[in-house]
Design a protein around this ligand. Structure first.
Ligand code: PHB
Length: 405
């Protein structure tokens, strides 16, 4: 086995790893991107669908293959629905409030599923000559305290490989193999919160039920009516974390969704995919150690209610790219030293927003009547105040990107 050399070894070909390789290449910095999964797996895995304003601009700038602004749909707002149990209007009467992102912030979001983003990014990186390897399992990360860290593992063909780099990036998702090299045995793990509920998600063949996404906090529980295209819709409802996706019939799923969106008649159709999404909040104790750093889900997890996962990953890599340019083009560790603190600001704002949307829209199984009425009070505070609406709209469409220094 010969040891290969590159400037940056990026483990993980998700949005974080691919966007980082693009930004580095633009600055003339060569990298190798490896992923354990096959290209088909990466391009076929159903994930979330909302791209923030700034993230969409960045993705669109990556090349001709980017379809976020052409195939994606611009959404200028969302609907917040809740049923009054607070005596403020006749019992059970559903209320619908639009949060007008465009009017409140001048920004929008794009509905464009993550696997489509990945199809675009992989095509763009390959067209640009990126060294991008699928089916490569990294089993060891070593030497991150030296200036020549190494990764080693096995290729899709079962052959051993070793790559020596000047920096190693863990963009390899929530089960990151790079993370232990960054956190070290003494600070392993991170700040963690588990929620006592999950989402039951479906994809179905039907036209959209409403022009915009509906986040509905009903007396029967939470539901989110999202979309994919004119003919395919994505919908979720709150369920128990150990729910079995195959335990409900199509009729039971529609009954649940219809009951949780009072005042809206959902357009039903054949359900062709179902899954259960666990709710977790996580931030790694360390984001960088020596010549290794974490980005995206390797660094943090958010519950899906704020639609922040992919967006936050892009926020991380914008900062790390600046830090790596400082290091690799100008020999300064200043940017790298600032990376963790700079990234943590956006990470914790996104953690807060995702937790806040989650807590405002879901009731824990042990919640009391007080909790429910307080929650309705909170929703009312947001929708009846322009400041409240703007707070939500600024976070949802994405705060402007900061520089690390
Ligand atoms: C989705 O369409 O998958 C989606 C949209 C909004 C969210 C979460 C998921 O908050």
């Amino acid at each position: 086995m010969t040891t290969e050399h590159t400037r940056v070894a990026i483990v993980g070909a998700g949005p974080a790893g691919l966007v980082l390789s693009h930004l580095l290449a633009q600055a003339g910095i060569e990298s190798i991107v490896l992923d354990q999964r096959s290209r088909e797996q990466i391009e076929g895995t159903i994930r979330a669908g909302i791209v923030e304003h700034g993230a969409a601009e960045l993705l669109a700038s990556i090349g001709d293959t980017s379809r976020v602004h052409t195939v994606g749909h611009r959404h200028d707002g969302i609907e917040l629905h809740f049923s009054s149990g607070d005596g403020a209007s006749p019992a059970g009467e559903p209320e619908a409030h639009r949060i007008d992102f465009a009017a409140l912030t001048g920004r929008s979001v794009w509905l464009y599923p993550q696997h489509e983003v990945l199809i675009d990014l992989i095509a763009a990186r390959l067209a640009a000559g990126q060294d991008l390897r699928f089916g490569c399992t990294v089993t060891a990360v070593a030497g991150v305290e030296s200036d020549r860290p190494r990764i080693a593992g096995t290729t899709a063909e079962g052959e051993a490989f070793e790559i020596e780099a000047e920096f190693v990036v863990g963009a390899d998702g929530s089960r990151s193999v790079v993370r232990p090299a960054v956190t070290g045995p003494s600070r392993e793990g991170g700040y963690f919160r588990e929620y006592p509920f999950a989402w039951f998600g479906i994809l179905c063949e039907a036209p959209p039920s409403a022009p915009e996404l509906i986040y509905s906090n009903s007396d029967h529980g939470f539901a989110l009516i999202s979309q994919r295209s004119e003919t395919v819709q994505r919908m979720y409802f709150q369920c128990s974390p150990d729910a079995d996706p195959n335990s409900l019939s199509d009729a039971q799923i529609w009954e649940t969704l219809q009951a949780r969106t009072p005042g809206t008649e959902l357009k039903e159709g054949p359900i062709f995919q179902r899954d259960v999404l666990r709710f977790r909040s996580f931030v790694s104790h360390e984001l960088r150690h020596g010549r290794a750093a974490l980005v995206g889900d390797a660094a943090h997890t958010v519950p899906p209610t704020g639609a922040k996962g992919m967006n936050l990953a892009i926020g991380d890599v914008i900062l790390l790219d600046q830090a790596l340019q400082e290091l690799l083009l100008r020999g300064s560790e200043r940017g790298l030293d600032a990376y963790a603190a700079a990234a943590a600001k956006r990470i914790w704002k996104s953690q807060h927003f995702s937790w806040w949307m989650t807590s405002m829209l879901h009731l824990a199984p042990e919640a009391s009547e007080f909790d429910r009425l307080r929650q309705l009070g909170e929703l009312r505070t947001v929708v009846e105040s322009e400041a409240g609406q703007r707070f939500l709209a600024e976070a949802y469409t994405g705060w402007p990107y900061q520089t690390a220094l």
